[in-house]
Design a protein around this ligand. Structure first.
Ligand SMILES: Nc1ncnc2c1ncn2[C@@H]1O[C@H](COP(=O)(O)OP(=O)(O)OP(=O)(O)O)[C@@H](O)[C@H]1O
Length: 254
């Protein structure tokens, strides 16, 4: 296990000033199936900023638009109108290749169902985003992947296939995989949704630690009020509009 973090050549490795805005949305709207009888205006004039070091819970009832918003933030979907800046770059009008590059450089994803490749080892799963970007990972990148796996408590499992791991262990692999590119922003959609309470707490603790130690911004969609209360900031969506954006401890519970 590494005693200190390996150095990175990436521009993202240098801890930026905590005031650095990594995500900025301005009057963002999403309309599914526009101009048809199935038209559904899901997001209404969403404006918000997320800075390095932010740990944000995105909450709201089922169907309020959380996943739609997270997918747009993560460049997995496009807004119908409005502006989205990631890491200072305006994303509207970017060609698909540039969107893909920005996504892979700046954003790490963690989903409820972690989409690990079960035939691959734990270590190779974590290295996958680097392989997709650069081909063969460097020795330094492999060292960082091992460091992350040790940090999430899986030092002894690196060569195991992921289908031998428990749900909580698999989610830890997914977190290490999301961090291996040293992204400025982590987007997590119900990352603890299929875990028991204790495992969910442990996995959530990893987000808290990495948020503080790596100074990355994290946005977590969660239905679990215990976990959203542990995020310093809560954004609540209701019918696709921001009803609350502020300190979690002042957030009126439903
Ligand atoms: N691809 C799509 N085409 C049409 N409508 C969609 C599409 N994706 C989502 N919607 C609609 O957008 C609305 C918001 O869905 P979304 O999944 O973002 O909500 P959510 O808050 O994440 O819900 P949940 O908590 O249940 O996951 C819903 O009315 C949904 O039916």
């Amino acid at each position: 296990m590494f005693k200190s973090k390996p150095k990175s050549k990436s521009k993202l490795s240098a801890p930026a000033a905590s005031s650095e805005v990594v995500l900025a949305l301005t009057k963002l709207n999403k309309v599914f199936n526009p101009n048809t009888e199935l038209e559904n205006h899901v997001l209404h004039d969403i404006s918000l900023q997320v800075k390095r070091g932010d740990l944000v819970a995105l909450v709201g009832t089922s169907g309020s638009g959380k996943s739609t918003l997270l997918n747009i933030m993560g460049l997995l979907d496009v807004a119908s109108s409005g502006e989205l800046h990631i890491d200072g770059q305006l994303t509207q009008g970017l060609p698909e290749l540039a969107r893909t590059q920005l996504r892979s450089e700046s954003i790490g994803f963690v989903f409820q169902f972690h989409h690990l490749i079960s035939a691959f080892s734990v270590l190779d799963n974590v290295l996958m985003p680097l392989m997709l970007r650069h081909g063969k990972p460097s020795a330094e990148q492999k060292a960082y992947a091992r460091y992350l796996l040790a940090e999430v408590g899986l030092a002894d499992y690196m060569q195991q296939p992921t289908n031998r791991l428990s749900g909580g262990q698999q989610q830890r692999v997914a977190i290490a995989r999301a961090l291996v590119t040293r992204p400025a922003l982590i987007l997590a959609d119900e990352p603890t949704g299929n875990l028991d309470t204790q495992t969910a707490d442990e996995v959530f603790h990893l987000f808290e630690r990495f948020n503080q130690e790596h100074d990355c911004a994290i946005v977590i969609v969660t239905h679990d009020p215990r976990l959203s209360a542990r995020c310093p900031r809560t954004i609540r969506l209701t019918d696709g509009r921001i009803l609350y954006d502020g300190h979690s401890n002042q957030h009126p519970q439903e």
